[in-house]
Design a protein around this ligand. Structure first.
Ligand SMILES: Cc1ncc(COP(=O)(O)O)c(C=O)c1O
Length: 466
């Protein structure tokens, strides 16, 4: 059959409250035009993130009832440890409450001020955690990723020559680890190939640099290897995943993505001495090593989620639904990063709103417009998220790209929800000439996108005219 259907039936439903354009205008103003500050009940389709937003299966809810809440050595912990070890394969499994807690423990254990950490592209919390210990986060995406329209199948690859050059430039002693993010979220949700992972691994091994995977979306990456990389079409996804991890010395993982859970994370390593230091820090900040900031029931939900996420029928539907959204938007004449990623479609806001310069925040303008037109919540990945304001001069530097991400929560929305999103994007496209930019009027020193408040340049202009 041509139609790839959702491989599940719906057992519990969560009502969506419909809002009117007038209500949405009011909600936007009250939130300072920052969609992170909206109430979720005021959102019709929430594509802010695929993180922690998955619908759990009946088996996961059943596992939650089996959760063992003992402080130490619970049965839930042993089920969790076994599921993580079965797929990731590392000797030491350290549970954390989410991905960034694993990152904080990893970087504060491995890095010191002046160090340099290469990655295909750091996610925002990863970059912030590297920088929080005084190290520098360097992005080394492959050259193909710069061309948003190229159909190159592995745009999440790392630029191996650039990695070699970086090592030659700063010296091995300043590079305590090298990381690759699977899939490359900030670079468009694009996968890396096993060929590339092997090549990065070889460079790291030659220089004695530990190689880590940011494994948030390892299953989606593994499925795209299964679909696209020669020699892998008849390999099971779980085996491809195991092969990915076998090349690394450790990983960080947010179970809120490919753990199909609403909370949770993992830090894993083969290094005994490091694991001991990390565990000591875990006890200080997260909890005892057999729960690490999670309830026993969360550990159980993740243990089941890790088995379900490598199911090929699930992954075929997952990738097909993201592709369907991407193709629908592209057909409406809206430029997206091609090919659509594993968990999200990324609109090229700079190309879409070509009259709005980067420092007038075209991504933010589009995010606001999607909410205004149809109650859709998306996220800006551009100057708001990755630009910088010089604290001395107040001068802004734009981010590397102006993207708007429409992330699809796992197992939550049906095809008619996605059809609605395509319709709203097409409606916004019809009035794109009238869309104006924004400026930031309030911001925090780090991770400003979460709490910043904005003013519409249109409103500012009309105030001056008045
Ligand atoms: C690639 C990547 N790394 C790390 C994280 C951080 O995970 P968490 O949100 O669980 O802290 C995220 C979250 O979106 C991510 O996408």
């Amino acid at each position: 059959m041509k139609t790839i259907i959702e491989p599940f039936r719906i057992k519990a439903v969560e009502p969506i409250r419909m809002t009117t354009p007038v209500e949405r205008e009011e909600f936007l103003r009250a939130a300072g035009y920052n969609v992170f500050l909206l109430r979720s009940e005021d959102v019709i389709i929430d594509l802010l993130t695929d993180s922690g937003t998955s619908a759990m299966s009946g088996e996961q809810w059943a596992a939650i009832m089996r959760g063992d809440e003992a402080y130490a050595g619970s049965r839930s912990w042993y089920r969790f440890e076994a599921a993580v070890r079965d797929l990731f394969g590392f000797r030491h499994v350290i549970p954390t409450h989410q991905g960034r807690a694993a990152e904080r423990i990893l970087f504060s254990t491995m890095c010191k001020p002046g160090d340099v950490v290469p990655n295909n592209t750091h996610f925002d919390t990863t970059r912030a955690n590297v920088e929080a210990v005084g190290a520098t986060a360097v992005d080394l995406p492959c050259a193909e990723s710069a061309d948003t329209q190229s159909q190159y199948p592995f745009k999440g690859n790392m630029d191996v020559a650039a990695l070699e050059a970086l090592i030659a430039d700063v010296g091995v002693d300043r590079i305590p680890l090298c990381m690759i993010t699977l899939t490359n979220n900030s670079g468009g949700g694009q996968p890396a190939s096993l060929e590339n992972i092997r090549a990065v691994r070889a460079v790291c091994q030659r220089h004695g640099i530990p190689f880590y995977i940011d494994a948030c979306r390892f299953a989606e990456n593994a499925y795209m290897i299964h679909e696209r990389e020669p020699g892998y079409s008849d390999r099971r996804v779980r085996d491809i995943a195991r092969e990915l991890f076998a090349h690394a010395d450790g990983c960080t993982f947010s179970a809120k993505k490919d753990g199909l859970a609403n909370i949770g994370g993992v830090l894993s390593t083969n290094d005994e001495r490091l694991a001991e230091q990390e565990t000591n820090l875990l006890i200080l900040t997260e909890g005892f090593p057999t729960y690490g900031g999670l309830a026993g029931r969360d550990l159980d939900a993740i243990a089941v989620g890790l088995q379900e996420v490598v199911d090929e029928d699930y992954l075929e539907y997952r990738l097909a639904s993201v592709r369907y959204l991407g193709e629908g938007i592209a057909q409406a004449g809206v430029p997206i990063i091609q090919p659509p990623g594993g968990h999200a479609v990324y609109i090229d806001a700079a190309a879409f709103l070509s009259d709005v310069p980067p420092l007038e925040l075209p991504g933010q303008a589009l995010v606001v417009e999607l909410y205004r037109a149809g109650g859709i919540r998306a996220v800006e990945i551009g100057t708001v998220m990755f630009g910088r304001r010089d604290p001395e001069t107040g001068r802004e530097t734009p981010g590397p790209r102006e993207l708007v991400r429409l992330a699809i929560p796992r197992r939550v929305y049906t095809q008619s929800h996605i059809d609605y999103v395509i319709e709203v994007v097409a409606e916004v496209a019809r009035r794109r000439e009238r869309i104006r930019g924004f400026r930031i009027v309030q911001q925090a020193a780090t991770l400003r996108h979460f709490t910043a408040r904005f003013e519409s340049l249109q409103d500012e202009m009309s105030r001056h005219v008045r």
